[in-house]
Write a protein of this length. Sequence first.
Length: 138
Amino acid sequence: MKTLPIGTPIIVVGNENRHSYTVGQTYVVSHVDPSDRTLRAKDKDGHEGNWLRWSDVRPAVVSDWSRIAASLPEELVAFLSAFDGIADIRLNEKTVDAMLKSLPDLQERIVAAAMSPEGKAALTANRPVAPTPSKETR
């Protein structure tokens, strides 16, 4: 791989020279040594590792989410960050746990809704089907 400018996000993909970086993690190029084709990089907390080879890194691709989030209001980013996935959007587990803890009467509210005429009609497909008695039990 050819060298990248200082400040470029990279992802570590190998560990040919036993460097101190974690494979799969993203860092930012902080020093470049063109004489031996090595670089140093910093993690998100600003900690710089030792020298590693360019062959052990790839440019880190900025996700579409990162690009989109940069142009959204902070409140909307916080809301959308509560979800996992894009095509099959669902609340992440920590958010669900926090919501459930803040609603101690949630089970009672769900049962009351399910027992209402509208709830019974809506949940018919989810109710268990009573087993058909066999000839032996008749």
